[in-house]
Design a protein around this ligand. Structure first.
Ligand code: ZN
Length: 278
């Protein structure tokens, strides 16, 4: 075996001239890019809750599977689950209040709310399919239950608006990843799946997605009976804690706090007058 040299390339195919290989590579690349573009633009789904048309290539069940699969990695990255059961229960209770008896109840996602031990990273995060997290660093800075509801409501907004699935479709497009295919095959042990989960966990949402989630958060607060003005306090807290601290989900790609405040006030007006709920 060793030292046996043949004029074969990998896979046992006879080697062709370099030029020929390059040409074929380029053609294959173009075909794949074209396919990815086609797939992205043809994969259109209407969001059952918001009614918006979205470029999404996976089903709600697949989102749920990805979220459940990614949760342990997420928990580990933020120092594990916070061991105090009372605190966990409080956050669960507020989270459930936001998804029961509001528009969120119409979605099929099995929501779970967790407190993560990390005392330094001021953050909250939602995985596709309904896994929602908040760090003790952020939780400890909040002043009341309505502010906690504001943070969780924003995260539920990311879930309902399917922002994670939108990111996965974009990842397929930009990185040529076959995320949807990997998920469809149920191949959760594969390297590609692990990489995709890694991307998701460190993923940043876009500016428009953040504003959409703020808007949705206001709606949930009102429907669940909380004062939506609490979100203004959350903005203050985020602004104060961003100096020197990292605020991954909540800061780096978020629109400026002034911009968000303005949009939050608009949303409060809209939903209080009832026009946004039709
Ligand atoms: Zn967000």
């Amino acid at each position: 075996m060793f030292g046996r040299r043949t004029n074969q390339g990998y896979d046992g195919y006879p080697q062709q001239g370099r030029r020929g290989n390059l040409k074929i590579t380029i053609i294959i690349g173009l075909v794949m890019a074209g396919f990815a573009l086609f797939k992205y633009y043809s994969a259109e789904q209407v969001n059952p809750i918001t009614g918006e048309k979205q470029h999404i290539s996976i089903s709600a069940d697949q989102e749920i599977a990805i979220g459940l699969q990614s949760a342990p990695q997420m928990i580990q990255q933020y120092g594990g689950l916070y061991p105090d059961q009372k605190t966990q229960d409080l956050v669960k209770q507020v989270g459930q209040k936001l998804v029961q008896g509001t528009i969120a109840a119409k979605s099929e996602y099995p929501y779970e709310f967790y407190v993560l031990s990390d005392p330094n990273t001021v953050n909250a995060f939602a995985l596709p399919g309904g896994q929602v997290f908040i760090t003790t660093a952020l939780l400890g800075r909040l002043e009341n239950e309505a502010q906690l509801a504001g943070v969780l409501g924003h995260e539920i907004g990311h879930v309902i608006h399917r922002h994670g699935a939108e990111r996965i479709a974009k990842m397929d497009l930009t990185e040529g990843l076959t995320g949807a295919a990997v998920i469809a095959a149920g191949d959760y042990q594969s390297a590609q799946f692990a990489q995709m989960v890694g991307n998701l966990i460190n993923m940043k949402y876009g500016r428009d997605q953040e504003l959409e989630s703020d808007d949705f958060g206001v709606r949930l607060l009102i429907e669940a009976g909380y004062d939506p003005q609490a979100l203004m306090g959350v903005m203050d807290i985020l602004e104060q804690s961003s100096g020197g601290q990292t605020v991954p989900e909540f800061q780096s790609t978020h629109p400026s706090p002034e911009n968000r405040r303005e949009k939050i006030m608009e949303a409060i007006k809209k939903y209080n007058s009832g026009e946004g709920t039709h």
